[in-house]
Design a protein. Structure first.
Length: 76
């Protein structure tokens, strides 16, 4: 998914994200924190690499599960 979206994080905070790119490799920027990550997509599983290391994400509907935290984010 490319474009701008709102993400309700599991800690209760609301973030805004922008994803740029098409195909399997995209750049995701959290506009609230400034964190930039690379997303390698293999729907519905993504590998995400950032300054904090890498983790897997699994997306079901409007929920994105993070293997690092074990908690869902809600894509609005």
């Amino acid at each position: 998914m490319s474009g701008l979206r709102s993400v309700f994080k599991s800690d209760g905070s609301l973030h805004f994200e922008s994803e740029i790119g098409t195909g399997t490799v995209r750049t995701r920027m959290d506009l609230s924190t400034g964190e930039v990550s690379t997303v390698i997509s293999s729907d519905p599983m993504n590998t995400v690499t950032s300054n904090n290391g890498s983790h897997f994400e699994y997306t079901v509907g409007n929920m994105r599960f993070n293997s690092e935290t074990g908690t869902p984010d809600y894509l609005l």
